[in-house]
Write a protein that binds this ligand. Structure first.
Ligand code: ADP
Length: 383
C-alpha cells in the first residue's frame, strides 16, 4: 500500500488536455546495467505458418535497434518473444549470454529484467499516476517504491500529477507516464512496441527526441518496433528491416539508404522510379545513360531505380527531352511527373517549390548517377 499522501486524490490540471506537455528534464534518470540481447536462429510458427524464420540478431549493450517493416511481418512477435510473453518454436534468446529461451530453458518474463512499453501505453485507469509508475516495483517496500516512482515521474516533468488518474492526461503525458513506468525498475533491456503511433504528428517528433534522451541516460539496451522508416532512422543506432518473418537487412540508416540489399529496402528509405530493363552488353542502357550491373548476367531482367530526388529538371535543351504532365504542390518540395523521351511510363521527380514548373512545360532531365540503384527483377515481387 502506498503512503496516504501519495494515494489517489482529485486532480487539478495545470493545462487543458491535449495542450503541449511541460518541459521535461528534471534531474537524471538512474542508469541501468545494459545487457547484450542475442537472437539465434529464432522461429515462431502458428500452425503451418511461420511468423518468424531464421532470426539472428545481436544487439550490443546500450544499443538502440529499431525493427522496421510492414504490418504482419513479425515485429511484435519478435518483441514478445524477447520479453518472454511468447515462446519461440525454435532457436535461442540470450541476455548477456544467459539463455532465457531455448530448447531446454524458459525464463519467465519477470525474471528477465526487461521493460516493456506498448503502443496504447496501457496505463491502469483505476490507479493513480504514481501507482501506475510504481507498479513494477512491487518487490520494494511501499515507501521506497513510491519515492523511486516519484523521482522518475519528476524526471519526465509530471510529478505534480502523482495523485491524479490517467484520464486527465494528454497523449504526450500518457506516453511519458508509460515511459516512466517502464524505466523505473531499471531494466537492462527495454522493448517498445510502436511507442509513438498513438501521438499526433506535431507531438511525435518532440516525444521521440525526449524519449531518446531518456533512453540514453538509462543506457538500457533497446529494441523499438516501428513501421515508419523515418522514425527508425531517427531513433535507431541500427535498423533491422523485416519482411515476411525474416530480417532482410540490418545496418545504420546511411547503409540502408545508400546500399539497400533489396528493392524492398530501397522502397522503404527512398522515393524511387522503378524502370524494368534487360541487361545488354554487361549494362543497362537507357535514354538517361548507361548503368553498370555488378552481379547480374547478360540478358537478365533488372529493375533500374532512379531516386526521385536524383532527377534534375532543367530548361529544354540541357538533357533528355520531356514534358511535364503533372505538378503536385507539397510545400517546400513538390513533385512533378514527366513524360521523358524513351521511357514508357512517366518519371517522378522532386523539385523545389521555387523552381516554379508548370503543367505542360517542355523541359529536359538529367539523373545524378550516384542516385541510381539496380536490382534483379525477381526482387520485384510484392511484399
Ligand atoms: P507485426 O508486428 O509486424 O505487424 P506480428 O508479429 O503481429 O506482425 O504478426 C506476424 C504474423 O504472425 C502475422 O501474419 C500474424 O497474423 C501472425 N500471428 C501473430 N500472432 C498470432 C497468433 N497468436 N496466432 C496466429 N497467428 C499469429
Amino acid at each position: 500500500m502506498l503512503p496516504a499522501w501519495l494515494r489517489g486524490r482529485p486532480a487539478e490540471r495545470r493545462e487543458p488536455a491535449g495542450a503541449g506537455v511541460p518541459p521535461m528534464p528534471r534531474g537524471r534518470a538512474a542508469a541501468t546495467i545494459a545487457a547484450r540481447l542475442t537472437f539465434e536462429g529464432v522461429e515462431r510458427r502458428y500452425g503451418d505458418t511461420y511468423a518468424l524464420q531464421g532470426i539472428s540478431l545481436d544487439i550490443a549493450p546500450g544499443e538502440i535497434v529499431c525493427l522496421l517493416g510492414p504490418s504482419g511481418c513479425g515485429k511484435t512477435t519478435l518483441l514478445r518473444i524477447a520479453s518472454g510473453i511468447e515462446k519461440p518454436s525454435a532457436g535461442r534468446i540470450l541476455i548477456n549470454d544467459w539463455e532465457v529461451a531455448g530448447p531446454s530453458r524458459f525464463v519467465a518474463p519477470e525474471q528477465r529484467n526487461v521493460g516493456l512499453m506498448f503502443q496504447d501505453f496501457a496505463l491502469f485507469p483505476h490507479l493513480t499516476i504514481l501507482q501506475n509508475v510504481a507498479f513494477g516495483l512491487k518487490a520494494l517496500p511501499a515507501g521506497d517504491a513510491a519515492r523511486e516512482a516519484l523521482t522518475v515521474l519528476a524526471r519526465v516533468g509530471l510529478e505534480h500529477y502523482a495523485g491524479a488518474y490517467p484520464h486527465i492526461l494528454s497523449g504526450g503525458e500518457q506516453q511519458r507516464v508509460a515511459l516512466a513506468r517502464a524505466i523505473v525498475p531499471r531494466p537492462s533491456v527495454m522493448l517498445m512496441d510502436e511507442p509513438f503511433s498513438g501521438l499526433d504528428v506535431q507531438l511525435r517528433e518532440s516525444m521521440q527526441e525526449e524519449t531518446l534522451g531518456l533512453l540514453r541516460e538509462t543506457r538500457a539496451t533497446c529494441m523499438i518496433v516501428t513501421h515508419h522508416p523515418e522514425e527508425a532512422m531517427r531513433l535507431g543506432d541500427r535498423v533491422a528491416v523485416m519482411r515476411r518473418g525474416r530480417i532482410v537487412q540490418v545496418g545504420m540508416a546511411e547503409e540502408l539508404y545508400h546500399s539497400p540489399a533489396e528493392l524492398f529496402v530501397a522502397r522503404l528509405f527512398s522515393e524511387i522510379n522503378e524502370v524494368p530493363c534487360r541487361v545488354a552488353g554487361g549494362a543497362l542502357r537507357t535514354p538517361l545513360g548507361t548503368f553498370s550491373v555488378p552481379g547480374l548476367s547478360e540478358g537478365e531482367q533488372a529493375i533500374l531505380c532512379l531516386r526521385q530526388r536524383g532527377i534534375r529538371v532543367l530548361p529544354p535543351g540541357q538533357g533528355l527531352p520531356g514534358r511535364i504532365l503533372q505538378v503536385k504542390f507539397l510545400g517546400d518540395v513538390g513533385r512533378v511527373e514527366i513524360a521523358a523521351q524513351g521511357f514508357d511510363t512517366p518519371l517522378k521527380a522532386r523539385v523545389r517549390e521555387s523552381e516554379g514548373w508548370a503543367r505542360g512545360a517542355e523541359v529536359s532531365i538529367e539523373i545524378d548517377p550516384t542516385r541510381v540503384l539496380v536490382f534483379p527483377a525477381e526482387s520485384m515481387e510484392s511484399s
